[in-house]
Design a binder for this molecule. Structure first.
Ligand code: FUL
Length: 466
C-alpha cells in the first residue's frame, strides 16, 4: 500500500481515530555525544536523519580483508611479515559492483583488524600496505575502496580495530590511545565522507604486560567532530548498536530505543547486556537501532577450505527475514580471497538472493487496498484492510513510520476470506519493518489489532505477498 494523497488524508483520519490516548512517556536524552545529524528531540526518542537513512538502506556489506587472508587465520598475532600481503588481482570495483547488483547500499572495510596491519599508508606505523609488495608498496586500499564505492553510488564505512597486536605502544594506555586517534584522524580526513564507523570492544594486553584501556568518549567525540553525518556502531552505539550475536538473528522483540545505562561501553558481558542488545528497551531514552552482522561463510576472513561452505541464496533470504524483517539492518560479510576478489560462489549466492527477494516482493497484493481504523477499547485499536481482490498470501510486511518513533508493542493479524476471522500471525514490535511468513491463506480482508503501544500509534503500512 503506497501512501498516495488519498491514503495520506485517510492516515490523518486514522491517526485521529487511533490517537489521543495519553501513555506514559520517558524523557528523551541523547547522552554525552548526541546523535549523528541530530536535531531537537520530542518526549520519546526519534531517529536522527543519519540513523533514519541508515535503517532505510536495509543492507550493508562487510569486507574483511587483510593479512589474515594470506595466513589463513581469523585473528593474526601481529607478528606477520607485511610482505605476506600480496593480492594478485585486487579489484575493489568488483566488490562494489557485486554489492550494488545485489541491492546493498554501503560497504564497510576492515581498515585495520586485530593484527594491526593497516590497509592504508599510515604515518603511525610501518606495519601497513606501504611495506608490502602490493602495488610496489605504493598502494592505498582505503583509497581504492572509497573510490570504488563512489563509482558505484554506494556509501562507505570503515572498521578500525582498537585491539592492535602489532603496535609497540599497545598497553601503554595514553600512548596507544594517541596512536589510535591519529589513525582515526587520517581515515576520517583523507578520504572524504564516511557514513559509518565501526568499533568492536576487543581488548588485550600489550608487550608491557598491561591491559590497554580505551578512551571511548574521546573516540566518539573525535568521529563526531570529523564526520558529523556518520553513524557510529558499537555495543554501546552511540548511534547504532550490535544486535548481540553473530548468527544473523535480531530479537523477535526489537526496540530501536535503549536504556543507555545498561551498555555503557563496547565489550561488556552479562545476561542483561545481551538482552538489551538483542531486544532493545521498550522505555529506552535513546534511539539506537540494532545492526545484525553475520558472515556469508563460517569465518570472517576468506579461507579456501570454506569455499564449499558459502551460504546459499535461500539462506541469505532467511537472514534478510531474521534481520531486516525484525526491525534491524543486515551487515553481511563477504570476504575477498587472495586474489583480492569476491569468490565466484559468494557472488552466485548474492545474485541468487537478489533474484529471490525481487521475485518475492514483486507484486504487493495489498496495493490499493481500502482500509479503515478505529479504537476498539481505551487501549486497543484495529486497522482493517480490504484487498482489491482475494489472493493467496504467504508473507505479510508491516511498517511503522519510524521517522515519528517506534510505537507498537504488541499486535495480532487475522485474515478473512468472507467468513470468520482467523489468526495468521501475532507479534510484539514492528518498527521499520516486520516481515511475517504465514501459512499460505486465501485472503480478502486483513485485520491488524494493536494490543499495546508506547505512544499513540500511527497507521501501519501493510503489504502482502504470495
Ligand atoms: C569481532 C572480531 O573479533 C572478529 O574477528 C570480526 O571482525 C567481527 C566482525 O568482530 O569483534
Amino acid at each position: 500500500m503506497t501512501l498516495d494523497r488519498r491514503a495520506l488524508m485517510k492516515s490523518a483520519l486514522a491517526a485521529a481515530a487511533l490517537g489521543g490516548l495519553p501513555r506514559p512517556v520517558s524523557a528523551g536524552t541523547l547522552g554525552a555525544v548526541g546523535a549523528a545529524g541530530s536535531s531537537a528531540q520530542p518526549s520519546r526518542p526519534r531517529p536522527s536523519p543519519s540513523q533514519l537513512a541508515w535503517q532505510r538502506d536495509e543492507l550493508a556489506m562487510f569486507i574483511h580483508f587483510g593479512i589474515n587472508t594470506f595466513t589463513d587465520r581469523e585473528w593474526g598475532d601481529g607478528k606477520e611479515d607485511p610482505r605476506t600481503f600480496a593480492p594478485s588481482a585486487l579489484d575493489a570495483r568488483q566488490w562494489a559492483r557485486t554489492a550494488r547488483a545485489a541491492g546493498f547500499r554501503m560497504l564497510i572495510l576492515t581498515a585495520k583488524h586485530h593484527d594491526g596491519f593497516c590497509l592504508w599508508p599510515t604515518r603511525t606505523t610501518t606495519h601497513s600496505v606501504a611495506s608490502s609488495p602490493w602495488r610496489d608498496g605504493k598502494g592505498d586500499l582505503v583509497r581504492e575502496f572509497v573510490d570504488a564505492c563512489r563509482a558505484e553510488g554506494l556509501k562507505a564505512g570503515l572498521y578500525l580495530s582498537p585491539w592492535d597486536r602489532n603496535h609497540p605502544a599497545y598497553g601503554d594506555t595514553p600512548r596507544y590511545n594517541a596512536v589510535y586517534h591519529a589513525q582515526l584522524t587520517e581515515l576520517l580526513t583523507q578520504y572524504g565522507r564516511m557514513d559509518e564507523v565501526w568499533f568492536d570492544g576487543a581488548n588485550g594486553e600489550g608487550p608491557n604486560g598491561k591491559r590497554q584501556e580505551y578512551d571511548w568518549p574521546r573516540t566518539w567525540s573525535l568521529v563526531r567532530a570529523l564526520q558529523p553525518e556518520a553513524v557510529m556502531f558499537s555495543d554501546a552505539g552511540p548511534d547504532v548498536r550490535w544486535i548481540g550475536n553473530e548468527r544473523g538473528a535480531a530479537g523477535t522483540t526489537n526496540w530501536s530505543t535503549v536504556d543507555p545505562r545498561i551498555v555503557t561501553r563496547p565489550g561488556m558481558e552479562g545476561a542483561e547486556v545481551m538482552r538489551s542488545l538483542q531486544d532493545g528497551d521498550r522505555d529506552g531514552t535513546v534511539w539506537r537501532p540494532g545492526e545484525t552482522d553475520v558472515s556469508i561463510r563460517p569465518g570472517w576472513f576468506h579461507h579456501p577450505a570454506e569455499d564449499a561452505k558459502v551460504r546459499s541464496a535461500d539462506d541469505l533470504v532467511e537472514l534478510y527475514f531474521s534481520s531486516v524483517g525484525r526491525n534491524s539492518k543486515l551487515l553481511l560479510n563477504v570476504p575477498p580471497d587472495r586474489r583480492g576478489l569476491l569468490a565466484e560462489a559468494d557472488v552466485a549466492s548474492l545474485v541468487g538472493m537478489r533474484a529471490k527477494l525481487d521475485a518475492l516482493f514483486a507484486a504487493d497484493l495489498a496495493a490499493g487496498a481500502d482500509w479503515r481504523a478505529r479504537m476498539t477499547s481505551a487501549s486497543t485499536g484495529e486497522l482493517v484492510y480490504t484487498l482489491p481482490r482475494p489472493a493467496m498470501v504467504g508473507v505479510v510486511d508491516l511498517r511503522e513510520n519510524i521517522a515519528n518513533g517506534q510505537r507498537v508493542a504488541r499486535y495480532r493479524l487475522e485474515a478473512s476470506d468472507g467468513g470468520d476471522w482467523r489468526e495468521i500471525a501475532r507479534g510484539t514490535t514492528i518498527g521499520h519493518r516486520r516481515l511475517a511468513r504465514v501459512q499460505p491463506t486465501r485472503v480478502h480482508r486483513i485485520r491488524l489489532t494493536l494490543e499495546d503501544w508506547v505512544e499513540s500509534p500511527e497507521p501501519v503500512r501493510l503489504s502482502c505477498f504470495a
